[in-house]
Design a protein around this ligand. Structure first.
Ligand code: FE2
Ligand code: FE2
Length: 583
């Protein structure tokens, strides 16, 4: 080994160690200086300030977590009062027109006043921001604070100049209170817009409890608190506005679907109304299976929205299928074509007879055409079958087939009395819809599911597609589209099913039936419970709550309104005691 090389390596190593030590010392010095700086900064805050900061952070977190606007308003005033040890607090919020301040909360601990929020309702008139001449109302201190956007700190309102405090003095005279120190701060939201005013009254000394002016430091602190409150309030308003925009948008679509068909017009609207009443009825239920069920506001909103959305898939169902009122109807009723064909047959028969008469010696009255009465009878039969009011018997089906074989001549062509498509439709055994049309109608649920499935509903409305997509499921598994059974169908979907079927049963002007009388509709509903289609407990609650009786009185024609029997009990629809079921 080369010794000189060895020495050089040790020297290098020692040098490197020395460099590292120096660097570490230098870093330590930097760190120490930094720590001193931080300590110095922290020391600049008094303990009281740090406590206030801590409190402010906690209040901010609590405000942004609040979901109820009334509670939020109360919290803003309550926290501000506590923060400044103030005896009273009032919160004003801009009205919708932006030309006045509404009182939303008024608190006075000494007088025990708790108005607004969860307390008594406030009936005081709003504070106008403009006077009669259209000038800004700077005489009123809260209006001034909102208009100028600056805090106002008054040591004693009785000696304050520039503002009109006669209302405050009158209040004092009435109650024996003495309003003294007052602090007003504007509520500024994230866009620096003033949305309201927070007013605190009579700051109290922590030790003596005597009323003192609000300390200057409180102005900044309360301003910070007010801006936290304004942001929480704006956030809540924006969320509400978005929710109501979504609801309004979905209702517009529902109205459009209702409008699409004159026959089912108003169906969705009425189903939504019945469902909403069912939610209220279940929430008010004190005994039986539903006593333990309570839908909170968010769940109620979810069910309400599902009711509005349940038939949204009908937007793609062709109108002529929704409205198909006879078996031969497409865009128009093809019975007209058959009438024409029969007329041709009749004329042909007439021509044959006249020719025969001409061959014989003239002058005699021609005999009646024998084919006419037969053809008239065939046509009358086809017209009856076309209506689809009754189940088509085997004999009638055979006769339709036989008639299809009749031929007539149009120009040089020989055509059948009924073409294949007409035969398929006339052979429909029940109702007016053929297999493909039935599929198209039923497909509306699939379309509802796929449309709603594409909307990014917020978490609290996440079950809207599920409920809406199940409104044609039946507890016995014979529903569609999935054929779900029993427990697989949630209560909300069962409620929609009851509302949907009850509305459809009682609706007037359906294409293939007239509006049923209440007694008939309720009889069918009872049968559907017996067959295990609908939830029996739910239907019992529905009927016992008086909902169908009130519904009949509101929506059904006088001809449809009659008394009905449910589970052996007689319910009076026409008469003075509609609310009370009679035994
Ligand atoms: Fe439906
Ligand atoms: Fe429906």
């Amino acid at each position: 080994m080369d010794r000189s090389c060895h020495h050089a390596s040790i020297d290098d190593l020692l040098g490197a160690i020395a460099d590292d030590i120096n660097a570490a010392v230098a870093q330590r010095e930097v760190a120490t200086k930094l720590a001193e700086k931080i300590l110095c900064r922290v020391g600049a805050f008094s303990e009281e300030q740090l406590a206030h900061l801590d409190q402010l952070v906690k209040i901010g977190a609590a405000l942004s977590a609040e979901k109820d606007i009334g509670h939020l308003f109360e919290m803003i005033v309550g926290e501000a009062q506590r923060y400044c040890n103030a005896d009273g607090g009032t919160l004003y919020i801009y009205n919708d027109d932006g030309n006045a301040l509404n009182f939303v909360i008024a608190r006075n601990d000494t007088l025990g006043i708790r108005m607004g929020g969860t307390g008594d309702r406030i009936t005081w008139p709003p504070v106008p921001l403009m006077d009669a001449a259209g000038k800004e109302n700077h005489r009123n201190v809260s209006a001034y604070c909102a208009l100028v956007g600056e805090a106002v700190n008054i040591a004693d309102v009785y000696s304050a100049e520039g503002f009109d405090f006669h209302g405050t003095k009158e209040f004092d005279a009435r109650t024996g209170y003495r309003s003294q120190s007052m602090l007003l701060v504007p509520l500024r939201d994230h866009e620096d817009e003033v949305v309201g005013v927070l007013q605190l009254l009579n700051a109290k000394d922590h030790l003596s409890d005597a009323v003192v002016p609000f300390p200057v430091a409180d102005v900044e602190r309360v301003t910070s608190l007010a801006s936290q409150a304004a942001i929480a309030l704006t956030k809540m308003r924006l969320l509400r506005e978005l929710e109501s925009l979504l609801m309004a948008f979905l209702q517009v679509i529902a109205h459009a679907i209702d409008e699409k068909s004159p026959y089912t017009s108003g169906h969705i609207l009425r189903v939504a109304e019945i469902t909403e009443k069912l939610v209220e009825t279940i929430n008010g239920s004190v005994e039986g299976r539903f006593a333990s069920v309570h839908f909170d506001d968010e769940e109620a909103d979810e069910i309400r929205m599902a009711a509005w959305m349940h038939d949204i898939g009908k937007i793609t169902t062709p109108e002529h299928v929704i409205d198909k009122s006879t078996k031969l109807e497409t865009i128009y009723d093809r019975i007209e074509l058959i009438r024409c064909r029969v007329e041709i047959l009749k004329r042909d028969a007439e021509i044959r007879r006249l020719r025969a008469a001409l061959v014989e010696a003239g002058g005699k009255v021609p005999p009646e055409v024998p084919e006419h009465s037969v053809l008239d009878d065939h046509l009358a039969f086809l017209e009856t079958v076309n209506v689809g009011g009754e189940f088509l018997s085997d004999a009638s089906a055979e006769r339709v087939k036989d008639l299809a074989g009749m031929k007539l001549t149009v120009g040089s062509r020989e055509i059948p009395l009924l073409n294949d498509e007409e035969v398929v439709n006339l052979m429909i055994r029940r109702g007016t819809l053929n297999r493909e049309e039935l599929h198209l109608i039923r497909n509306h649920v699939e379309v509802t599911l796929s449309m709603l499935g594409r909307l990014p509903f917020p978490k609290k409305l996440a079950r809207v597609p599920l409920y809406a997509g199940m409104h044609h499921e039946a507890l016995n598994g014979r529903g569609y589209p999935k054929g779900l059974m029993g427990d697989k169908i949630p209560l909300a979907a069962r409620m929609l099913a009851v509302a949907d079927i009850f509305e459809a049963l009682t609706a007037a002007d359906r294409p293939y039936k007239l509006g049923k009388k209440m007694s008939e509709a309720m009889w069918i509903l009872e049968k559907m419970v017996e067959e295990g289609h609908l939830d029996g407990d739910l239907c019992n609650l529905f009927v016992q709550s008086g909902l169908p009786v009130n519904y009949a009185r509101k929506f059904l024609s006088p001809e449809q309104q009659n008394d009905f029997v449910w589970q052996g009990r007689h319910y009076v629809v026409v008469g003075p005691s509609a609310e009370e079921p009679q035994a």
